[in-house]
Each structure stands twice: as C-alpha cells, then as structure tokens.
Design a protein around this ligand. Structure first.
Ligand SMILES: [Fe+2]
Length: 122
C-alpha cells in the first residue's frame, strides 16, 4: 500500500491518501518526508524489529517532545498488506508496538505538528 499525506496550508487540514496517484485537490500540497529543517534524531522514526515480527517504533532515536504546543500527532505503519494509524496526544509517548504479517516494504511515518512529515523504512 502507498500512503501520501497532503496539507492545506491555510486551514492546516490534513488529507491522507491511500494508493492514490497524482491527486490534485485545490489548496492541498503533498508533504515530502524528511525535508523540513529540524533535528533528525527527534523526528525520523526509530525502528526495532523483534521476534515474531513485532515492530517497535519510537519517534525518533532521541524521543520527540510531547508538549501541548509541539508534539507528534500520529504514527503510521504501512506495508504491502496493512495500514495502521496511531493517533497521539500531548503527554503520551511517541511510540507504538505492532505485530506485522510480513516485513517487506514496511514504511513508518510520523507527523509533527510543527515540523511536518518524517519517514523511515524497515
Ligand atoms: Fe517536532
């Protein structure tokens, strides 16, 4: 599966597009992961694959803040056969643990309310 995330910069609305091609929705622009100038170690998801295809994700290798004004909104896990979204709130830990059916083409995205979209691949 393929996940693309678009933002409307006037309203800050997010649009998640699954398996879309060349979406042209007025006012929205596609977010390109890992392109905002911010601390990579706090944003690029840290991935650890454990026994039985258990995937642990933390945003990032140094845990991202989860303050009222600056936090990770969501973590997405995308693979050939699955799309999972965990919604986060300030005060929660920016992490998740999930069991994968298979480990090919696994991509993990994190969205920071101030610093945009970040991605890591398994
Ligand atoms: Fe951030």
């Amino acid at each position: 599966m393929k996940l693309d995330i678009y933002i409307n910069k006037e309203t800050n609305n997010i649009m998640e597009v699954i398996d879309g091609n060349n979406i042209n929705c007025e006012g929205y622009e596609k977010l390109i992961p890992n392109t905002v100038d911010a601390a990579k170690e706090k944003h690029v998801p840290y991935l650890s694959l454990q026994d039985d295809n258990i995937l642990f994700v933390q945003v990032g290798s140094v845990e991202h803040p989860m303050d009222e004004n600056h936090y990770i909104n969501a973590i997405y896990v995308v693979s050939d056969d699955m799309l999972y979204k965990k919604v986060l709130k300030p005060g929660e830990k920016p992490e998740l643990t999930i069991k994968l059916n298979n480990t090919s083409n696994v991509e993990v995205f994190a969205y920071c309310n101030l610093h945009g979209l970040w991605k890591a691949s398994l």
